[in-house]
Design a protein around this ligand. Structure first.
Ligand SMILES: NC(=O)c1ccc[n+]([C@@H]2O[C@H](COP(=O)([O-])OP(=O)(O)OC[C@H]3O[C@@H](n4cnc5c(N)ncnc54)[C@H](OP(=O)(O)O)[C@@H]3O)[C@@H](O)[C@H]2O)c1
Length: 333
């Protein structure tokens, strides 16, 4: 099959609002050694894409400047030495950038098989949140069956994945969200109790729901304003996993004392700057531990809306508005 030399992709004309995202013509990427070239069928939108659009999260120097961190599609070419995939395979892949495009080159070690019975949209909605939740909640914070997880931002793309995965693996899940509708969605996905943080104190509810013990693990994306209250909501030997600072990064009003008295651990990570070897290890864990749960339907992406790539600015406007539950996905081609 002869591949085209040019493709349509999204260009960020300048850091700023969604109107700065435009469709342009560009060159089809050439897969490097170890990479697969994917003809993209759909791409997921993630909050880090919004930060990149605003100029607050520049891509790593070796990554594509094109936005887009996850795709589904068909393998159409292999870089030299690439193993594990064949032309024609259908994949769901975590990209290092470049997903908002007709073609995207990704390391073969960051791709997973497109699950049976999935369409392009559902397959594209998997990689970013599953890689992130696995790495932070299970690998780093070590959530175990029988423990209690508190998920902040429970209705987000990340939150909806964390709730389902933790519940499917035998944890008790509590979640926070900003409306009654979002709370109901969290409970439908497996949260035993969702807490509307606008009307309730999450520390008090977590204590009540755990018989006074507290949560064993907290997945947090709010940051500084929650730091002290997160420490207060953790059980002895509890682990706080921070993946973002939507409410700010500078802590000014919290005491570190509970870390010592209750042996708490505070950790955090960002997926994008991780090494290829680390991403491969997470991919391997997902394949072994999580893909069977995806195949059985025990966990599934929650899709809020689907738009064509030509409406990428509207997809970002929807994410900016923040009323969505789960994922926003664009179809390509
Ligand atoms: N560290 C990593 O490797 C990594 C990887 C992927 C994503 N992330 C981060 O994880 C978070 C969730 O990502 P996502 O793609 O799932 O996002 P998303 O679907 O847009 O969800 C974000 C949610 O966070 C809640 N929120 C709380 N405070 C907020 C604030 N100040 N501004 C905006 N939203 C706020 C909102 O729900 P309420 O209405 O309930 O407040 C919102 O729906 C983002 O912060 C993202 O940057 C981190």
């Amino acid at each position: 099959m002869t591949l085209p030399q040019t493709m349509t992709h999204v260009d960020l004309v300048a850091a700023g609002g969604p109107e700065n995202l435009r469709l342009v013509a560009g060159r089809v990427p050439v897969p490097k050694p170890g990479e697969i070239l994917v003809r993209v069928a759909a791409a997921g939108i993630n909050r880090p894409d919004v930060l990149q659009r605003e100029g607050a999260y520049p891509p790593p120097p070796d990554a594509s400047p094109i936005l887009g961190l996850e795709i589904s599609g068909e393998v159409v070419a292999l870089g030299s030495g690439t193993t594990g995939w064949r032309i024609g395979d259908r994949v769901a892949a975590l990209c290092n950038g470049g997903g908002y495009a007709e073609y995207c080159a990704v390391p073969g070690t960051q791709a997973l098989p497109w699950p049976d019975g999935y369409d392009a949209v559902r397959a594209a909605a998997l990689p970013e949140t599953f890689f992130t939740v696995w790495a932070n909640v299970f690998s780093m914070a070590g959530l175990r069956a029988g423990e209690t997880l508190l998920v902040h931002g429970g209705s987000s793309g990340i939150g909806t994945t964390a709730i389902q995965l933790a519940w499917a693996r035998g944890a008790t899940v509590l979640a926070t969200a900003g409306s009654a509708e979002k709370c109901a969605a969290c409970e439908a996905l497996g949260a035993r109790r969702a807490i509307n943080y606008r009307t309730e104190d999450f520390v008090a509810v977590v204590r009540e729901e755990t018989g006074g013990a507290g949560a064993d693990v907290i997945l947090d994306m709010v940051g500084a304003p929650y730091f002290g209250r997160n420490l207060a909501a953790l059980a002895p030997d509890g682990r706080l996993s921070i993946i973002a600072f939507l409410g700010g990064a500078k802590v000014t009003d919290a005491s570190l004392a509970p870390i010592l008295s209750r042996r708490l651990q505070v950790m955090g990570s960002a997926m994008r700057p991780r090494t290829a070897a680390e991403k491969q290890a997470i991919r391997d864990d997902l394949l072994r531990e999580v893909w069977p749960l995806v195949a059985s339907g025990a966990v599934a992406p929650v899709i809020q809306s689907v738009l064509p790539l030509a409406r990428i600015a509207d997809a970002h406007r929807e994410m900016d508005a923040g009323a969505h539950i789960g994922k926003i996905v664009v179809t390509v081609g």
